[in-house]
Design a protein around this ligand. Structure first.
Ligand code: AP5
Ligand code: MG
Ligand code: ZN
Length: 221
């Protein structure tokens, strides 16, 4: 059966969430964002949220075993049968290896890893002006992708807010963490022959075109 099991790789602010939502709308497969799931747990004050909060506020990675556990459970859900988009996972070699094991146990494989490249200064600019909907998670940018009415989500009317980890010094720390822990995954997936590079410095439409072009080749080889 045709499946589309995808990973979106890239630094903070690369546009992983933005592109994941575009793919989700086009192909009807769910976005699995570990960042979104962790933020929800923090907001609800669950046990998981209490454990994750300190790491996230400091821009550090939440420990592997915690994140691997939540992804493993999520991938078992029925809506992942026809495919899924992992956004922000894996982020360490240990997570990538765990994902391979999980895929093996489920008789599945990752079909493509889309690597969105964006340099640090652009990351900082994008994140400083990002606003996110509290209700539906829609992502805006005050300059590049502004909401029609200030502070209000176009899609659902929800309130827009700025993420707690989006302060400049925390963003720079997240970028350092990306360089050290996550960037090595590019080589890991290149060796497997499933890595596709995308120029993330283009505008949202331009990146979207590159991404959808890659995906259409996957589905019609
Ligand atoms: P997470 O939520 O995953 O954050 P991140 O990786 O830092 O990435 P962002 O969500 O900040 O950026 P994005 O690439 O999604 O960009 P977006 O589309 O929003 O993780 C947060 C924290 O959770 C981590 O620090 C860690 O503590 C923890 N965590 C999560 N996963 C973990 C894991 N696997 N292991 C351990 N810990 C984990 O776009 C950014 C802005 O730019 C928006 O304003 C958007 O409108 C705009 N924009 C997007 N594309 C473009 C474009 N092409 N041109 C111009 N503007 C654009
Ligand atoms: Mg995101
Ligand atoms: Zn909304």
């Amino acid at each position: 059966m045709f499946s589309m099991n995808l990973i979106l790789l890239g630094p903070p602010g690369a546009g992983k969430g933005t592109q994941a939502k575009i793919i989700m709308d086009k192909y009807g497969i769910p976005q699995i964002s570990t960042g979104d799931m962790l933020r929800e747990a923090v907001a609800k004050g669950t046990e998981l949220g209490k454990k994750a909060k300190k790491y996230m506020t400091e821009g550090k990675l939440v420990p592997d075993e915690i994140v691997i556990g939540i992804v493993k459970e999520r991938l078992k859900q029925k809506d992942c049968e026809k495919g899924f988009i992992l956004d922000g996972f894996p982020r360490t070699l240990a997570q990538a290896e765990a994902l391979d094991r999980i895929m093996g146990e489920m008789g599945k494989k990752i079909d493509a890893v889309i690597n969105v490249n964006v340099p640090e200064e652009e990351v900082v600019k994008r994140i400083a002006y990002r606003r996110t909907c509290k209700n539906c998670g829609a992502i805006y940018h005050l300059i590049y992708n502004p909401p029609k009415r200030p502070g209000i989500c176009d899609k659902c009317g929800g309130e827009l807010y700025q993420r707690e980890d989006d302060k400049e010094e925390t963003v720079r720390e997240r970028y350092r963490v990306y360089k050290k822990n996550t960037e090595p995954l590019i080589e890991y997936y290149k060796k497997k022959g499933i890595l596709f590079d995308v120029d993330g410095t283009k505008d949202i439409e331009g990146v979207k075109r590159e991404v959808l072009d890659i995906l259409s080749k996957l589905s019609h080889p």
